[in-house]
Design a protein around this ligand. Structure first.
Ligand code: SF4
Ligand code: SF4
Ligand code: SF4
Length: 310
């Protein structure tokens, strides 16, 4: 079986405990307007183009089976075949989405096994939405557990509970987004209702799984006292109150939208300041929630880390 991957990032320090390798799977049902990984959303392979790197050699036009002889098919009827990427030596073209077998992913992530052992790290499977490719996800998680690797999964939880349930025994840390309690706002900002997500979070909180909820703080969407208090109220009422993290919005993904010829709606938003993030964190703490900011923790050699249950 193969899975469609758009990035394998070594030395990740924000996606769970220790130093990790994050495997990003392609495909997501949501369309959050602030999404940091626009290349993750479509399951289909896509081509990115960085004009600043292009040396106008024309090789991509000759290589493109769908070219009209003047320009390649990029952004038009491109099927993501990748022929133009192979001949683009300047790196102006990049392919997002390549099919890997589980063994191929395993070979790449096990390169850092020593680092995982020394820092209490492991492998995080992210996206997109990893459960879009549930069969591949299950096979990959099984293979990682067979190798004794710590596993984390990052999900938006807009998926059938039956899929999540199958994966739970293979996951050491389940990281799940909670973006807004207001369904109307959620639909407007992400294109989907939050009902299934909130139901799944409630079910997750009843399980013995090591659960971490995360809220991306998006100015003008969910950064008001009212919006954050509603999220805190929901979390505090869960059967087992999970840990929670706040992630500040950052617009550093603007270049990816340009490369994909897409508009980044959140381009002009100003990220929250450190002081504002402190105030937001306090809102959750007032509700008795163990809330921190995902503020780029320094890496330490392996030691007991109660925050991540290791
Ligand atoms: S192959 Fe690359 S560098 Fe050459 S014209 Fe195409 S995009 Fe530009
Ligand atoms: S990915 Fe294939 S179809 Fe798309 S522009 Fe490149 S060569 Fe043409
Ligand atoms: S759920 Fe995550 S990957 Fe999917 S669109 Fe939203 S931010 Fe992007």
């Amino acid at each position: 079986m193969t899975g469609r991957v758009f990035n394998i990032q070594h030395f990740s320090i924000h996606d769970g405990p220790g130093v990790r390798t994050t495997v990003f799977l392609k495909g997501c049902s949501l369309r959050c307007y602030w999404c940091h990984n626009p290349e993750s959303q479509s399951y289909l392979p896509e081509i990115g183009f960085e004009s600043a790197r292009c040396i106008s050699c024309g090789k991509c036009i000759s290589a493109c089976p769908k070219s009209d002889g003047v320009r390649s098919a990029i952004f038009d009827n491109c099927d993501g075949c990748g022929c133009c990427v192979e001949v683009c030596y300047s790196g102006a073209r990049k392919q997002y989405g390549k099919d890997y077998t589980v063994d191929e992913v395993l070979a790449e992530v096990l390169v850092d096994r020593d680092l995982y052992d020394k820092t209490g790290g492991g492998v995080t499977i992210s996206g997109g939405e990893p459960f879009i490719q549930t069969d591949f996800l299950l096979e990959l998680l099984s293979a990682l557990k067979a190798e004794g690797i710590n596993t984390a999964v990052e999900s938006a939880a807009f998926v059938d509970w039956s899929n999540i349930e199958k994966a739970l025994p293979l996951i050491d840390l389940f990281i799940c987004d909670i973006k807004s309690i207001d369904n109307e706002k959620h639909v407007a900002a992400t294109s989907k209702s939050n009902r299934l997500i909130l139901e799944n979070i409630a079910k997750l909180s009843r399980c013995t799984i090591n659960l971490l909820l995360r809220t991306p703080v998006i100015p003008g969407f969910n950064d008001s006292d009212c919006d954050l208090s509603a999220i805190a109220d929901f979390i505090a009422a869960l059967p087992r109150v999970p840990r929670h993290e706040l992630l500040p919005f950052s617009g550093i993904c603007e270049g990816k939208y340009k490369a994909l010829n897409r508009i980044f709606i959140a381009e002009n938003l100003t990220p929250p300041t450190r002081n504002e993030m402190e105030c937001f964190t306090e809102i959750f703490r007032r509700w008795g929630i163990d809330c921190t900011q995902n503020d780029y923790k320094p890496i330490v050699l392996k030691q007991h880390n109660p925050r991540y249950g290791i």
